[in-house]
Design a protein around this ligand. Structure first.
Ligand SMILES: Nc1ncnc2c1ncn2[C@@H]1O[C@H](COP(=O)(O)OP(=O)(O)OP(=O)(O)O)[C@@H](O)[C@H]1O
Ligand SMILES: O=c1ccn([C@@H]2O[C@H](COP(=O)(O)O)[C@@H](O)[C@H]2O)c(=O)[nH]1
Length: 291
């Protein structure tokens, strides 16, 4: 495994010329109101009637009325990073401290498999191979989850995974992320964590078997327990390596896309969990729950 801490960033876009109303530059949305404030340059009449480019505070309703949630304004943060970089772990912390709803694309896909849906087998095979499930399937699940939920702050974890996912999500939902939280970690460390996530000691199996004998349900219960203890089907070295390759080839370009728009907040995810959360907290401070 190679240490691949930093994506090759695409060269930054040239500075936006004055008066270019680029929606990405120089503006920030107030998370509570959805109103964007920004020091946009506007062309004004100066002294003696000259035309000057002057900074002006622009207050402008964010154009989200036509998103898929009607006029409900939502804050969406994409949480990206390699497999095992700690996205899920930190999302739980963010939910607890900042009142976001956590939508893990991977969890939604796994729930879809369990539900017995017609796409179940296809999704399961893709996950086993570490491949990316077609956009329309994942986006539909994310859409349904957002519509069902009354919250207006969502962490979308593990999506978009490629450029096609990204473009399709923005086109279909008309939602752009407030920012992208990127967990940066070496493959060596991520591999160690993923293999550890699937590790169940022999002692646990013996304990479970003993328990099943005690309650006299060995035949039915023990195999089920074994399946549960097995953990994720993709946390094996073969699939992990495939997932790393897909991450570098398909997911890093998404991070580069948002980085060129100054939307990426990069976190050193190799640090211990509490230290990573300290860095995450600093980023989410503007979204702190009112007490
Ligand atoms: N900073 C950390 N230091 C050490 N271990 C960690 C750290 N963050 C998470 N872990 C552990 O690493 C494993 C993977 O973490 P987690 O499930 O949060 O990663 P993930 O990025 O969501 O993975 P995936 O993309 O596969 O869903 C878990 O067992 C978790 O407890
Ligand atoms: O948007 C997505 C998210 C996930 N997948 C597939 O699921 C697995 C596991 O994802 P995690 O985020 O690690 O839970 C991933 O390897 C993909 O096969 C997807 O296709 N699209």
């Amino acid at each position: 495994a190679t240490d691949r801490p930093t994506p090759q960033h695409a060269p930054r876009a040239p500075p936006t010329p004055p008066c270019d109303p680029s929606p990405w530059s120089r503006r920030r949305a107030d998370p509570s109101t959805g109103i964007r404030f920004g020091a946009q340059l506007v062309r004004r009449r100066g002294a003696m009637g000259t035309v000057v480019d002057a900074p002006a505070v622009v207050t402008e309703k964010e154009v989200v009325a036509e998103n898929m949630l009607g006029d409900k304004k939502v804050t969406v943060v994409f949480v990206l990073g390699g497999p095992g970089s700690g996205k899920g772990t930190q999302c739980s912390n963010i939910v607890e401290h900042f009142g976001f709803t956590h939508l893990s694309a991977g969890d939604l896909l796994r729930a879809e498999i369990k539900s017995g849906s017609e796409n179940g087998t296809m999704i399961e095979n893709m996950i086993k191979e570490g491949k990316i499930v077609p956009s329309e399937v994942t986006i539909k699940l994310l859409q349904q989850a957002m519509i069902k939920n009354e919250n207006d702050k969502f962490l979308i974890d593990g999506f978009p995974r490629n450029e096609e996912n990204r473009a399709a999500f923005e086109n279909v939902t008309k939602i752009s992320p407030a920012f992208v939280l990127f967990f940066n970690c070496s493959e060596e460390e991520m591999e160690r964590r993923l293999l550890g996530r699937n590790e169940v000691s022999f002692f646990t199996y013996v304990l479970m078997f003993g328990l099943c004998i005690l309650i006299k349900t060995t035949l039915f219960l023990f195999p089920t327990i074994c399946i549960i203890l097995q953990g994720r089907v993709d946390d094996n070295i073969e699939t992990i390596r495939k997932r790393f390759k897909v991450f570098v080839e398909s997911s890093l370009p998404v991070i580069e896309y948002y980085d060129a728009k100054d939307k990426v907040k990069k976190i050193d995810a190799a640090k211990p969990i509490p230290e990573v959360f300290e860095d995450v907290k600093a980023i989410f401070a503007p979204y702190a729950k009112a007490t």
